[in-house]
Design a protein around this ligand. Structure first.
Ligand code: F6R
Ligand code: MG
Ligand code: MG
Length: 376
């Protein structure tokens, strides 16, 4: 059976700052999805990662279907009403438009969707991250789909040996999407040259060269391109099909043990390591650290199993300890150097005002000795 998997996510309000949504908010989102989805949805799940609510849906309307997007938009609106009633922080923050116009792309929520013919067994993982941006998935995707040091399947399985087709988006480009298609392994160094700059180039999708089937769909929205200014981080979601012609689940999970540094910690303005956490976790230290959850499912005739929490296993406790150490180490250097993002990636623009105010206090020093000009 051909199905479409859609995940739409938004920050529509959370308890205690940017920590996590309330149970009442999540229940309302689920209630609206289930009620409005009676006709079109085969199945659905609602979960959260930090302050972001994700709606996972299976259906047969294809990617970008207005009826599916509108349902999610209405669920987010209803959740926002609960957020307002409860006085939650940032109520409706990611809903950047007043009226639905056919597709939530460009309206604030993040979207990842793919249509495929279900295999006899159809395992996949939904990843969601908070306090970071879509480039956070560049490194794990590169390692899982292009690096035999991470993915032995690239050597051991003839269908994986043929490699993968990467679609990469230039997210700094405004207007129509600017994308490039590259092949691993031939284009490995070109892929790496782009993905090393995760604020600009982001993996949008990955396809098996053996079967032509889609393995990955990731959200690529940059809220500041939509709103014209920063309104919050673009906390990403992605769907990854696993096994057979795709990497094994464990090959996809392994790169998350690095706790790589990503943009988006504290006030959306700091580099912090990405911590794999259990499903429905909130944030804490330094409004973070940036977190990623993974929910593994199988789907058959559009019906989802219960999720398995891939980062709940005791192995990840040790990784979390290591990531916490990296986070504290980075925070030791406060605002200096690599700890804080470059000027054009800061979520706050107040520092520009401060620097502009200092401009006319600079002067060009004349030749020879110069007396101090100000009394102090
Ligand atoms: C992401 C997130 C942050 C905030 C940022 C600014 O989920 O919550 O990126 O957008 O911390 O928030 P304010 O200005 O409300 O402190
Ligand atoms: Mg937030
Ligand atoms: Mg968030």
């Amino acid at each position: 059976m051909e199905i479409t998997l859609s995940v739409l996510k938004a920050d529509i309000g959370s308890i205690g700052g940017h920590i996590q949504p309330s149970r009442a908010l999540a229940d309302k989102v689920l209630e609206v999805v289930q009620h409005k989805g009676r006709k079109h949805l085969l199945d659905s799940r609602v979960s959260w990662t930090g302050d972001d609510i994700a709606i996972l849906m299976t259906h047969q309307q294809g990617p970008g279907a207005a009826v599916i997007h509108e349902m999610a938009w209405e669920a987010f609106l209803a959740g926002t009403e609960v957020a307002k009633l409860q006085g939650l922080y940032g109520a409706g923050q990611d809903l950047l438009s007043d009226a639905f116009s056919g597709n939530v792309r460009g309206m604030g929520p993040g979207v990842a969707e793919m249509r495929f013919q279900e295999r006899d067994a159809e395992p996949f993982v939904l990843f969601a991250a908070d306090k970071t941006d879509p480039g956070a998935f560049n490194l794990p995707l590169y390692r899982a789909f292009a690096d035999p040091m991470n993915t032995p399947g690239l050597l051991l399985s003839p269908s994986l040996t043929e490699g993968f087709h990467f679609v990469i988006m230039d997210v700094a480009h405004t207007g129509r999407d600017r994308v490039i298609e590259l092949q691993a392994p031939e284009d490995l160094h070109r892929i790496a040259a782009l993905l090393r700059d995760p604020e600009r180039y982001v993996v949008e999708s990955i396809w098996s060269r053996h079967s032509g089937d889609q393995a990955v769909a990731a959200s690529t929205s940059r809220l500041h391109n939509i709103a014209g200014k920063y309104t919050g981080k673009d906390d990403p979601v992605m769907l990854v099909r696993v096994q057979k012609d795709f990497p094994a689940t464990g090959e996809i999970l392994a790169p998350f043990s690095t706790g790589h540094f990503v943009a988006g910690g504290m006030r959306g303005s700091h580099n912090m390591p990405l911590m794999p956490v259990p499903l429905n976790a909130g944030t804490s230290y330094f409004d973070g650290p940036p977190i990623v959850t993974g929910a593994a499912f199988c789907v058959h005739d559009g019906k989802l199993t219960d999720p398995v929490d891939v980062f709940a296993h005791p192995f990840w406790d040790r990784i979390r300890d290591q990531v916490a150490d990296k986070a504290v180490d980075m925070r030791r250097q406060g605002f200096f150097g690599a700890a804080m993002l470059p000027m054009d990636e800061l979520e706050y623009t107040g520092i520009t005002t401060t620097l502009d105010g200092l401009d006319d206090r600079f002067h060009v020093r004349p030749d020879g000795p110069e007396p101090l000009r100000q009394a102090f």
